[in-house]
Structure formats: structure tokens, C-alpha cells
Design a protein around this ligand. Structure first.
Ligand SMILES: C[S@@+](CC[C@H](N)C(=O)[O-])C[C@H]1O[C@@H](n2cnc3c(N)ncnc32)[C@H](O)[C@@H]1O
Length: 296
């Protein structure tokens, strides 16, 4: 796998390919998102003159000097990277979102949220878990440190907000391009006087080494999917020190609820060690994943 240059504080050069002239306004709207959300991305746009066949798309994924985004004829924004084409594709989760409940979703068993809950998904990624959390009626603040991922999320939220069936759910998602640790720090320094803004659940799904999704002895467990493979080029797993800080500051965020119990839920591959080596209050697992719950 080719790792892209990590983006720290520098702006990231990104090439945006679009397939027809009529998409100019869509391209402008992506530029507006970058400006409005102050994403550190420099977008170079280019009209794709040849036909976008599967083969051509595959070829484009092998150009890895800088990230390539593709706006297809359905205005879906994908990231082409190292042989992969990935996009949030929230519409593909429709069935899961519609039928999501504590029986069908382990995450909802662990998070125990209600329609009026407020959640921070501190590691939003492609936003799939945020959608499941928001399917309950809860409000979800989605933190994502990588500007490229934040742009994919914002563009997807914009696209899905045009679909009547999704508008309510979309309005409950609030995407922020930031590092979770700095967000938690300012949250904990400036506690809200408004009790409706208190956070019931912080959800953490940090990166994990790409060889650790299966049990090293039995080989059992989930294979890493293409979304996760792509993410491994942009983001790295936290160090032990960062894991400790994440858990500690997430704990402080949910502890602001006074008498009411708050939860930090951590997603791990089924056989992965505990985050920050810390024993959870309770765990839920299936053959692929484990959710460790810390109650405060
Ligand atoms: C494993 S993925 C999360 C996948 C996500 N749960 C989903 O459903 O698509 C981890 C994501 O968290 C982001 N991330 C990791 N550490 C972060 C941090 N400290 N602050 C904000 N985002 C972070 C990474 O850039 C990556 O996109």
C-alpha cells in the first residue's frame, strides 16, 4: 500500500475531476464548502475529457502523488486512491438506518441512547456509525481530523439533504473538521450552561494497525474493508499516550452531566486489546467487532 504524505498543518493539494461541463455549479459548491469550513485543501479542478469507464476509473486510482477526488455524473464525490474508489455512500445504508434498533445494531445496545440524546462521534471517518447513532433521533456532532475526509462528509451531507426522506436525519448531523483532543479540551474548559447541550455519549473508533483486524492465532475476525484500507493511507493509529488522553478527555466530557450517567463507547476489532489498556464497565461483541462501554 502506498501511504500518502501525512497532512498535518500544511494545505493538501487535491485534484478534483468532474465529468461534464454542467457540473460547474457543483464544483463551485465544493469550493464553497472548503472555504466555509476552512478546510486546508487546495483544490485543482479538471474536466475529464475521456469517458469514465470502469477501466478508466481504475487507472485513475493508481495516481497517488496527491489525492484525487472524482465527481461522477450523479454528483457523487469519491476519493480515488491506490487501487480503490471510496465514498461515504450514505444511501447504501438506508435499510440499516430505517430498521436500526438495539436488536439489530450492537452499537445502539452499547450506547443506549434516546431520541433526545446528544452524542459526539469523535472519529467520524466515513460517517457510517454516526448515521446509525442519528437514526434514533439523537443529535450527533461528528469530529474528523482529516480535511479530505471532512470534505467527503460535508459533500455527502449536502447531497443527501436534497432527498426528502433523509432531510430530518441530515439536520441532526453537525460535521466539524478538527482534532478530537483539541475539541474536548475547549469543551471541558468552557462547559455549557445550557443543559440541553450536555453530552450523553462520546463514541470513539480510532484507527487500528491494519494487520490487527484478525486474531493472530486463529486468523478469525473481520477482514479490513476497502473504506478502512483507504483510511490507512491518511490516518494512523493513536499512540498509547494519545489513547489515554482520548479516553480521559472523553470521560471529562460525559462527566459534566452531574448525577446522570454518561457513556464513552469504544469500537475495536473483536480481538483487539483494550483502548489505553483500560478495563471497560461492559462489552458487547459479535464475530467482527467489539464495543467497550465506559460508564461515568
Ligand atoms: C476507523 S475510522 C472511523 C470510521 C467510522 N466509525 C465510520 O463509521 O466510518 C477513524 C477516523 O477517525 C479519524 N480520527 C482519528 N483520530 C482522530 C482525532 N484525534 N480527531 C478526529 N478524528 C480522528 C481518522 O482520520 C479516521 O477518519
Amino acid at each position: 500500500m502506498t501511504r500518502l504524505k501525512p497532512i498535518l498543518n500544511a494545505d493538501m493539494d487535491c485534484q478534483l475531476l468532474y465529468v461534464c461541463e454542467s457540473q460547474k455549479s457543483q464544483v463551485e459548491s465544493l469550493k464553497s464548502l472548503i472555504a466555509e469550513y476552512k478546510l486546508s485543501i487546495i483544490l485543482h479542478t479538471e474536466l475529464l475529457t475521456d469517458k469514465l469507464t470502469q477501466k478508466r476509473r481504475q487507472q485513475l486510482t493508481t495516481l497517488v502523488t496527491h489525492p484525487i477526488l472524482l465527481l461522477d455524473d450523479k454528483n457523487k464525490l469519491s476519493w480515488l486512491s491506490d487501487g480503490l474508489s471510496v465514498a461515504p455512500e450514505w444511501d447504501k445504508l438506508q435499510r440499516r438506518v430505517v430498521s436500526a434498533g438495539r436488536k439489530s445494531e450492537l452499537l445502539l445496545q452499547a450506547a443506549k441512547i434516546t431520541a433526545d440524546s446528544h452524542i459526539i462521534d469523535a472519529t467520524a471517518g466515513f460517517g457510517h456509525d454516526s448515521l446509525i447513532l442519528a437514526s434514533t433521533g439523537a443529535h450527533v456532532v461528528m469530529l474528523e481530523q482529516q480535511p479530505l475526509m471532512a470534505l467527503l462528509l460535508l459533500a455527502e451531507q449536502q447531497r443527501m439533504s436534497t432527498l426528502p426522506n433523509w432531510q430530518k436525519l441530515m439536520s441532526r448531523l453537525h460535521i466539524i473538521n478538527t482534532d478530537a483532543l483539541s475539541y474536548f479540551e475547549s469543551f471541558n474548559k468552557n462547559p455549557s450552561a445550557d443543559s440541553s447541550q450536555l453530552i450523553d455519549v462520546v463514541y470513539l473508533d480510532p484507527m487500528f494497525p491494519d494487520d490487527s483486524y484478525q486474531d493472530s492465532k486463529t486468523g478469525k475476525g473481520a477482514k479490513v474493508g476497502k473504506h478502512m484500507q483507504a483510511l490507512h493511507q491518511l490516518a494512523r493509529p493513536p499512540t498509547l499516550d494519545e489513547e489515554q488522553q482520548l479516553l480521559q478527555s472523553a470521560q471529562s466530557v460525559v462527566s459534566q452531566r452531574g448525577q446522570k450517567q454518561g457513556r464513552v463507547i469504544v469500537k475495536r476489532p473483536q480481538f483487539a486489546p483494550l483502548l489505553a489498556h483500560r478495563e471497560p464497565s461492559e462489552s458487547w461483541s459479535n464475530e467482527a467487532v467489539r464495543f467497550d462501554g465506559y460508564f461515568f
